[in-house]
Design a protein around this ligand. Structure first.
Ligand code: HEM
Length: 252
């Protein structure tokens, strides 16, 4: 299979699309759902079979209608408004670019973006994304399958510094932090606070998978590090996000 040619024209198109995405995400206040879309397109990757991953397949009706992707049609439609202006750009690149821009416009780290992903219309089987009702071993099973590490799991979970859950989409409700439009390390600060006061009626959201990061000693090491040191979180997050956005993709 020949890789798509990322020539000077394509790169220029990426830069104008990046500017359009910045303005769009800022105006629509949709950074959280754009980041979630990027994760759900990429997070189906299986390193053994080299299937799934950031290939735009989430635009398949059958895939976006799955329970795990509930609500993401909104983000797919948002991206379509950018795609019509930049038809050259693959959906796979566009969704990952939207994720990178979402982090950037909310004050997060700059994530290196390399274009050239190919679109695939074949969806992987259902069940490859994490289930929020489970714990540490499930998280490892899912993220190790992608070829990611414990450090990646904790750093990427920091994406929950943005946005929140909606009962009609996931059975959960609420935000993880008091400033869900700001990308910072407050997700980790809040996680540790809760661990100290387990009986307190909690106002902020904690999924079972979020709690697992505090309960598992190997995960907790990173939670504590990121809660103390935002710069360390930003550095690791940017590296892990780049890995996630390039699963199965060899830049040419
Ligand atoms: C939202 C689960 C990892 C980014 C959500 C929601 C759930 C969830 C249940 C609520 C959806 C809704 O009701 O609208 C999980 C689980 C993960 C995980 C179990 C395993 C670690 C990630 C990662 C990222 C991410 C790696 C990005 C790097 C987001 C964002 C939202 C979100 C930004 C907010 C969406 C919005 O406000 O519309 N996640 N997630 N998540 N997730 Fe995750």
């Amino acid at each position: 299979m020949a890789a798509p040619v990322v020539d000077a024209k394509y790169l220029k198109e990426i830069e104008t699309a990046r500017r359009d995405l910045r303005a769009f995400i800022y105006n629509k206040k949709c950074a959280p759902i754009m980041l979630r879309l990027a994760f759900h397109d990429a997070g189906t990757y299986d390193a053994k079979t080299k299937t799934g991953g950031p290939n735009g397949s989430i635009r398949n009706e059958e895939e976006y209608n799955r329970d795990a992707n509930s609500g993401l049609k909104i983000a797919i439609d948002f991206c379509e408004t950018v795609k019509v202006k930049h038809p050259k750009i693959s959906y796979a690149d566009l969704y990952q670019l939207a994720g990178v821009v979402a982090v950037e416009v909310t004050g997060g780290p700059t994530i290196d973006f390399v274009p050239g992903r190919k679109d695939i219309m074949v969806s992987p089987e259902e069940g490859r994304l994490p289930d929020a009702k489970q714990g540490a071993s499930h998280l490892r099973e899912i993220f190790y399958r992608m070829g990611l590490s414990d450090k990646d799991i904790v750093a990427l979970s920091g994406g929950h510094t943005l946005g929140g859950a909606h009962k009609d989409r996931s059975c959960f409700q609420g935000a993880w932090t008091n400033e869900p439009w700001k990308f910072d390390n407050s997700y980790f600060v809040e996680l540790l606070k809760e661990a100290k006061v387990p009986l307190k009626e909690d106002e902020l959201l904690k999924l079972p998978t979020d709690r697992a990061l505090v309960d598992d000693p190997k995960f907790r090491y990173y939670v504590e590090r990121y809660a103390k040191d935002e710069e360390a979180f930003f550095t690791d997050y940017a590296a892990s996000h780049k890995k996630l956005s390039e699963l199965g993709f060899t830049p040419t």
